[in-house]
Design a protein around this ligand. Structure first.
Ligand code: C5P
Length: 361
């Protein structure tokens, strides 16, 4: 995908700069905790308004504007020079010619202004310049909604014991269990059933938006159809990390998960719950175990050959860890629990105690 190449180029440039903040598009903002209507924060300004803005910024056509470091920090990206906060739309027509110290280039085209790079202060100024309120009416930082949601986030790689542990913790706390993996699996099932073209991001995004996923006790439903076993097939398991890497799919799932979490009282298992979906969750657990142990558990469960399961788990870990969006990693403030050689009960007890100690229940 061309946009990914551009992102890589940009990251390479950032490695040599002191730039702290770059806006990478509305979907990144949504993903990172800004519940905004994407088109509201995107400054796709109609051509008749562009002149005024160009004057304001004192730039001519196709000229770069250098925007100073912003005030907000949302996404952290590891670069060679350390972590950089990054939001940037790589799907638009921006050309990042260069990135300089403390600043980022914003390109202004002949009749379209696609500013998505810079500080939020800058975004506010730009909005004011086109007569919009400085902050979108519906832009809300989750933290400002009245405290952190009562959510326990349990993330980690496949086979670390997440499902059993998460269910059990939910039961002990009297919270609702949410299996976010089942959501990504359900979207993948529909993509496979409809034989959607994997290059057709719009179509896959549509499927993610329109697939009605429900949980009914142990059952997973798409509409009224029980897909509990279908989503666990080897084919779906193999394809899910690929589908889960689509920004459109992640945006749709993250949005739904946040809607559920906003009610509070959830214990959720996933890959990015603590890092992306609920960064304000008062308890984040990263559950892990050695690949061999994880493969051994899975193989006992599924009766597949241990070597095959190990290879599949390692491949899934790799895909989940290298993707650009919401890569599998512990949140900075997560409690990392290695379950190798430990019993489920022991792990559950530890998490429940942490939840009690933190006043979540
Ligand atoms: O947890 P489970 O094994 O059911 O997840 C299936 C796949 O769904 C994972 O390998 C991962 O690619 C994807 N997933 C994800 N983000 C989540 C949960 C699952 O990308 N929060």
């Amino acid at each position: 995908m061309a946009s990914q190449l551009r992102l890589r180029d940009l990251l390479a440039s950032l490695a040599n700069s002191d730039c702290d903040f770059v806006v990478i598009g509305s979907s990144a903002l949504v993903l990172q905790g800004w519940d905004v209507v994407p088109s509201d924060l995107d400054l796709f300004v109609p051509s008749d308004e562009v002149d005024g803005i160009r004057q304001l910024l004192e730039v001519g056509e196709h000229q770069a504007v250098w925007v100073r470091d912003g005030e907000a920090r949302r996404v952290e990206v590891e670069t060679d020079r350390g972590p950089v906060d990054l939001y940037l739309d790589v799907s638009g027509d921006l050309t990042y010619e260069r990135v300089e110290r403390d600043a980022v280039a914003v390109m202004i085209g002949a009749d379209e202004l696609s500013v998505k790079v810079g500080s939020l202060a800058h975004v506010r100024d730009m909005r004011a310049a086109v007569g919009r309120p400085p902050v979108p009416a519906d832009a809300v930082r989750p933290a400002e909604k009245g405290g952190a949601p009562r959510v326990v986030a349990i993330d980690g790689p496949a086979g670390a014991g997440k499902s059993t542990v998460t269910r059990s913790v939910a039961r002990s706390l009297g919270f609702t269990y949410l299996d976010t993996g089942a959501m990504y699996r359900s979207v993948t099932l529909v993509v496979l059933e409809q034989r959607a073209d994997p290059d057709d991001h719009a179509r896959i995004g549509e499927i993610a938006d329109s697939t009605e996923i429900d949980f009914d006790g142990e059952r997973v439903l798409i509409g009224h159809r029980d897909v509990t076993s279908l989503i666990r097939s080897a084919e779906v398991t193999k394809a899910t990390p690929h589908i889960a890497a689509y920004p459109e799919v992640r945006a749709a799932m993250v949005k739904r998960q946040r809607q559920l979490f906003s009610q509070g009282g959830y214990v959720a298992e996933g890959r990015d719950t603590g890092t992306v979906v609920a960064p304000d969750a008062p308890l984040k657990i990263y559950l892990t175990a050695t690949p061999e142990e994880r493969a051994r558990r899975r193989s006992l469960e599924t009766h597949e050959l241990l070597a095959d399961v190990l290879a599949a788990i390692e491949e899934r870990d790799r895909l989940d860890s290298v993707r650009e969006l919401s890569a599998l990693k512990p949140a900075k403030d997560a409690v990392v629990l290695d379950t190798t050689g430990r019993s489920i009960d022991e792990v559950v007890e530890e998490i429940v105690k942490l939840a009690r100690d933190r006043g979540i229940v």
